[in-house]
Design a protein around this ligand. Structure first.
Ligand SMILES: Cc1cc2nc3c(=O)[nH]c(=O)nc-3n(C[C@H](O)[C@H](O)[C@H](O)COP(=O)(O)OP(=O)(O)OC[C@H]3O[C@@H](n4cnc5c(N)ncnc54)[C@H](O)[C@@H]3O)c2cc1C
Ligand code: FES
Length: 363
């Protein structure tokens, strides 16, 4: 993986655009080996070198598969390593490495009904932007109307504002709504609305199409919970709700670890220390009960990739050759592993908690 030199197998940065406060778009050239195949809504795992160490993260692709350049839009996370490095350090002409495209949240595998409502907050707009552009340029999907609802603090924080307004201008069936939590009624006019999206507003968007629409939702966990509750209140069929959560690693992981430790303590096994070994890499370490296997392996120098860190991308697939781990999500249900994989001992290290002595292989 190269930081400073163009890499024919990686993504070379061609240009950047400041999208909103603390948010930048990166336009990458596809690798020399050809265009990247993805479904609108999916994300890509990228790798960067920071202070000589590789780091991997997932970013949704907001461009279309047929576009000349691939667009990623990254928002600064306070104290975050890769987001800040990308925004401050990555220069045009440099490249990042690629580690696969993934994501069940996409417009092809989760096809729309006649009416679509996209709902996003913050950088959750990135996958739905790709989906919306795809629908608008592929009339064969049969979609009759799109409501594009985006929530931000204020106008300065609306990502893709000009592009969304231009879609509205050029497509009579595309309707944009921006909910601004820090604005007051007297400061806004359509398509801007003051306040947070709530059940009453959702009702106004869906009342005439509730039985013939699909909702695609992306944003922080609490935001998505609020929208789901609002949809349930208006008896929206949740089978037509598709969503993806961008919750950052550290906001998820300590919670999961705490849950595990607490649960195992209740089972009478709390506070234990276990051996974790990976003989292929001469790793022979220890883990506290409930620690995340991925952290244990990475801290021990095992070259395992953790990109999404929430069980979505499959980058951290590894095999438990002996012993057992506790999974915090079901990778078979999410389609990342097959039942046969599980029977052969494969797991996803990012959602596996150490509850036993384990021997791990990356093969
Ligand atoms: C499917 C998917 C798609 C995504 N798409 C996008 C996208 O399109 N655009 C986008 O901007 N992001 C996206 N993300 C989020 C992205 O992958 C990163 O999680 C995000 O950029 C933060 O990474 P980071 O390295 O900057 O932060 P990290 O360094 O991973 O830190 C994350 C958080 O943890 C805190 N933290 C870090 N270290 C510690 C510590 N030791 N103790 C306590 N707290 C700590 C940080 O302050 C920060 O709040 C997506 C995520 C997923 C799973
Ligand atoms: S890092 Fe993506 S599934 Fe584990």
């Amino acid at each position: 993986m190269q930081k400073n030199n163009p890499n024919p197998d990686g993504l070379t940065l061609i240009s950047t655009v400041e999208e909103a406060a603390d948010t930048k778009s990166f336009f990458f050239r596809h690798p020399a080996t050809g265009k990247i195949r993805f479904k609108p809504g999916q994300f890509i795992n990228i790798g960067v070198q920071i202070d000589g160490k590789p780091h991997y993260r997932s970013y949704s692709i907001s461009s279309l598969p047929e576009d000349e350049l691939m667009q990623l839009t990254i928002k600064r996370v306070e104290g975050g390593l890769v987001s800040n490095w990308m925004i401050d350090q990555l220069k045009v002409g440099e490249s990042v490495s690629m580690h696969g495209v993934a994501g069940a949240f996409n417009i092809i595998d989760q096809p729309p009904a006649e009416h679509i409502v996209f709902i996003s907050a913050g950088c959750g707009v990135t996958p739905v932007m790709s989906m919306a552009k795809y629908i608008l340029s592929h009339k064969e999907t049969g979609v009759k109307s799109i409501q594009f609802i985006h929530c931000a603090r204020d106008r300065e924080n609306i990502i893709y504002q000009d592009e969304i307004l231009s879609l509205e201008k050029n497509h009579p069936d595309f309707h944009a709504f921006f909910y601004l939590s820090a604005a007051t009624e007297d400061q806004v006019a359509s398509p801007y609305r003051a306040g947070r999206l709530n059940g009453a507003f959702l009702h106004s968007h869906l009342k005439d199409i509730v039985n013939n629409s699909s909702v695609y939702l992306c944003g922080p966990m609490e935001f998505m919970d609020m929208v789901k509750e609002g949809l349930m209140e208006i008896h929206f069929d949740l089978a037509c709700l598709f969503h993806e959560d961008f919750t950052f690693n550290c906001e998820v992981l300590p919670g999961l670890a705490a849950f595990s430790v607490q649960e195992t303590v209740e089972n009478g096994h709390g506070g234990n220390t276990y051996k974790v070994t990976a003989p292929d890499f001469d790793f022979d370490g220890e883990a506290q009960e409930g620690e995340i296997l991925l952290d244990v392996l990475q801290n021990g120098g095992v070259p395992i990739i953790g990109a999404c860190r929430v069980g979505l991308c499959g980058a951290c697939k590894c095999r438990v050759k002996s012993g057992d781990v506790k999974l915090t999500t079901d990778p078979v249900a999410s389609g990342i592993l097959t039942q046969a994989d599980r029977e052969e001992g494969y797991t996803l290290a990012c959602v596996s908690l150490v509850i036993d002595d384990v021997q791990i292989s990356l093969k």
